[in-house]
Design a protein around this ligand. Structure first.
Ligand SMILES: Cc1ncc(COP(=O)(O)O)c(C=O)c1O
Length: 425
């Protein structure tokens, strides 16, 4: 346990934080009402999977919203939030939205996706990624992830486009259905960055817009603006379970100034002037000043929170390294992971043992829940076109996220580690 002792970090869960932990008792990992699980967070000793940490300037900024009467989508915090977000990502601009799903929807709309199109997307993601495609009247075309990095596999993408699409009159079409192939939507799975260089090269060869769902990836990335990929759009979520939260919220970030204008326009009901003139069907997707106030306070702690997430990852990684049949989540070399969630992945033959471990953790008051199932097996997407998805099919039952909140105390993390070690002998 030396490595654990050595990498102890000093995030004290104060009494105030503990009472907030308990207030979040009835929330699932996405900050939504929690249904159907027997575990409660009422006991002082329970350890939640992911909860927000709201003990900076949030209260002060929220009071300012009330005192100044700026509680709606107009107000100084929205602009400050967009500026600060663009600075940390970094990209030239950010457009704040009401959720990560709304950000994805807008990014696809601004990328020219339309009814009956296909959008290439990994199946191993949260369902909102595919839902945003459906909101456009388009359909996902599911593709697999890499076995080591868990993000869209560039080799599979190239093969898919080469073998299963054709170009006619300048339009790329899917051979089996003749539907237009309109975009690539990659995902920074759990905050693990996609192979942006390889994916953007393929996107530009096939003249396809590239959108990256970076919902949980803030705090990671390549730390360089994407000026060499001018049409790239990335989306973020600021849901309650993300490292940086607005309560609820999202954003699209990018490089191209015209895309920024298009996104702003679409997110504000496509309004042309104060005189109630509109030029297309737009969306009411702007973030409110109240949400942005929370977001501004959160982004002030950008370096602190990302360092804590890294330490949580390293602590689990080092403390569980000698357990046979268990490995940490991927930590790629090509860009920094945000380590939104840390946890363990079991060998393929250890799925039942992992399930027993999950149950032991749950009965010890440690929130270890089942995680994403591949989207192509979900009811709304059973008939969507798909490539070989054997990596996703093989992976999902083996993934066990462990408590990863920035407010996780040393003692709590040690308790998780000890429970895993005792059970996995
Ligand atoms: C990969 C991914 N995409 C999209 C979303 C949707 O974000 P939001 O909940 O803010 O709509 C999430 C949310 O957790 C997510 O994990």
């Amino acid at each position: 346990m030396d490595s654990v002792e050595n990498s102890r970090f000093s995030v004290a869960v104060t009494q105030r934080q503990q009472s907030r932990v308990n207030q979040h008792a009835a929330a699932d990992g996405r900050g939504h009402p929690f249904q159907g699980r027997t575990m409660t967070f009422e006991s002082e000793a329970s350890i939640p999977l992911l909860i927000p940490q709201i003990d900076g300037n949030e209260e002060r900024y929220l009071r300012q919203c009330v005192e100044t009467n700026f509680v709606s989508t107009v107000g100084p915090f929205v602009e400050q939030f967009e500026q600060k977000l663009a600075e940390v990502v970094p990209e030239p601009w950010a457009v704040a939205t009401s959720s990560g799903t709304a950000a994805l929807h807008l990014a696809l709309a601004a990328s020219g996706v339309s009814r009956d199109d296909l959008v290439i997307v990994p199946s191993y993601s949260f369902i909102a990624t595919a839902n945003a495609i459906s909101y456009m009247g388009a359909s996902p075309w599911f593709i697999d992830i890499e076995p080591t990095g868990w993000t869209m596999d560039p080799d599979s993408l190239r093969r898919l486009l080469h073998e299963e699409s054709y170009r006619v009159d300048g339009v790329l079409r899917h051979k089996a259905t003749d539907r237009r192939v309109a975009a690539i939507l990659a995902v920074d799975t759990l905050g693990i960055p996609v192979r942006l260089d390889a994916l953007s090269m393929i996107a530009s060869e096939y003249d396809l817009p590239l959108v990256v769902d970076s919902a949980a990836a803030l705090g990671g990335g390549v730390e360089q603006p994407s000026s060499n990929i001018p049409n790239l759009l990335r989306t973020f979520s600021f849901n309650g379970n993300k490292t940086f939260t607005c309560g609820g919220g999202g954003a699209v970030v990018g490089y191209d100034a015209e895309l920024r204008n298009a996104l702003k326009h679409l997110s504000t009901t496509a309004r042309l002037s104060p005189a109630y003139e509109f030029d297309r069907v737009g969306y009411n997707y702007r973030l409110t000043n109240v949400q942005a106030a929370i977001g501004c306070a959160q982004l002030e702690r950008y370096d602190e929170f990302r360092a804590i997430k890294r330490r949580i990852f390293e602590t689990y990684r080092d403390a569980l390294a000698d357990l046979p049949g268990l490995a940490p989540f991927p930590d790629p070399e090509w860009a920094r992971s945000s380590h939104w969630l840390s946890g363990v992945v079991s060998d393929p033959g250890e799925v039942e043992r992992l399930e027993s471990l999950r149950n032991v953790l749950l009965s010890a008051g440690i929130d270890a829940r089942e995680f994403w199932r591949p989207i192509h097996n979900q009811k709304p997407y059973l008939s969507a076109p798909r490539a070989d998805l054997s990596v996703s099919e093989n992976l999902w039952r083996r993934v066990l996220p462990l408590p990863s909140s920035t407010s996780l105390s040393d003692d709590a993390q040690l308790r998780v580690i000890e429970t895993v070690r005792k059970t996995w002998r």
